[in-house]
Design a protein around this ligand. Structure first.
Ligand code: FA5
Length: 348
């Protein structure tokens, strides 16, 4: 079917169509009106089909007229879509908005991660024992992380702390600290003696994640430097801490070990709480879990920092906070702490 081309009728058709488009209340209505006024059965399309009946001169001007109307209606549709799209997006943003500060009575909205909570508890425990809390940077220099701790380049002990180096300064100059012991050096450099301090924080090692290891983990370092400090003070401090943190039922032991910055040195272990000492996957069948290292500050460290080892003695320790969490809460695999499984996170 075709209708005769009628310029006046088409002009008022266009006027009416522009009004209907402007009045369309939502995007679906715009599409509907668009199909009606521009689609195959629209007056515009039918008039187009009738152009063949006009003589060539009239056909040319009528064709241009119809094209102008089409362009006008398409522009009206596009601008209405833009206006409604923006309003729609604004509405959606408001509807989907998450107020992270909102507190609904009786409904718990998130809490500190178990490791953060434990770090705060450890700080409280040590503050209760007379220690202060200090912090140091996670990006460290080779000097603080190794050299000042009596670990020169090529020292075999560097292999104990497989290191992530940063592309900053000279090659190998800046690294992600492999332990919290460099904070000891920073304190010894900047504080008056005596010192009684703990230093918690993140550490980084090129360790493959497994049941007892994570590449990013946490330690809490302890440092005591005073006149007349002895290994008995170190053992007593660790025992007091163990009782405070795990309760007196837990079985702990110190085993001789080697650290270049303490002499003598020891490793602090407790009975594996997963198998209660009988041996399991978590403790690799040994029945024991190593929680940290400790020892008397090596005089070489004092010498490098111009502290008189004849006058001052000290002890230091570094515990793995994630391991403490693991043993306290009976986590067979340390990786649950970083997997962000909401069932685990909400349970603890
Ligand atoms: C040290 O890092 C020494 N700085 C500890 C120290 C401090 C000794 C002061 C003497 C005096 P070690 O590499 O053993 O030592 O690590 C100490 C503890 O950190 C470990 O017992 C363990 O609990 C924890 N730890 C080490 N590597 C990881 C890891 N990849 N993932 C989780 N915990 C780890």
């Amino acid at each position: 079917m075709s209708v005769a081309y009628d310029r006046g009728e088409l002009d008022s058709y266009a006027e009416d169509a522009v009004r209907r488009i402007a009045d369309a209340p939502d995007l679906a209505a715009v599409d509907r009106v668009g199909t009606e006024v521009l689609g195959k059965r629209s007056l515009l399309a039918l008039a187009h089909r009738s152009l063949g009946t006009l003589d060539p001169e009239d056909r040319k001007s009528a064709g241009k007229h119809l094209n102008d109307i089409r362009a006008q209606l398409e522009a009206a549709l596009e601008s209405r879509r833009a206006v409604l799209g923006e309003a729609d997006q604004r509405r959606r943003l408001v509807a989907e908005r998450l107020d992270l500060t909102e507190v609904l009575p009786g409904r718990r909205r998130g809490h500190l991660h178990l490791v953060s909570r434990t770090q705060a508890e450890l700080e409280d425990t040590f503050v209760g024992m007379g220690f202060e809390v200090a912090e140091g940077p996670e990006a460290e220099s080779d000097w603080y992380n190794f050299e000042a701790l009596n670990i020169p380049p090529d020292h075999p002990a560097r292999g104990m702390w497989d290191t992530f180096y940063l592309e900053l300064g000279d090659p190998g100059a800046v690294l992600l600290r492999t332990h919290t012991s460099p904070v000891q050096v920073r304190l010894l450099e900047s504080r008056q003696l005596p010192i009684y301090a703990v230093m918690p924080g993140k550490c980084y090692r090129r360790d493959t994640a497994d049941a007892r290891h994570l590449p990013v983990f946490h330690q809490i370092e302890g440092l005591v430097v005073d006149r007349g400090t002895s290994f008995a003070d170190l053992a007593g401090t660790i025992e007091t801490f163990t009782n405070a943190y795990f309760g007196s039922a837990i079985h702990a032991r110190l085993r001789p070990a080697y650290f270049p910055f303490t002499e003598p040195s020891a490793e602090f272990e407790i009975t594996c709480t997963i198998c209660r000492g009988s041996g399991c996957h978590t403790c690799s069948g040994s029945g024991w879990i190593e929680l940290g290292g400790c020892g008397m500050v090596d005089p070489a460290v004092f010498d490098a920092l111009h502290i008189d080892p004849e006058e001052w003695t000290g002890f230091a320790f570094g515990f793995g906070i994630d391991r403490l969490v693991q043993m306290r809460y009976g986590l067979a695999d340390l990786r649950v702490l970083t997997e962000n499984d909401i069932r685990f996170l909400t349970q603890v």
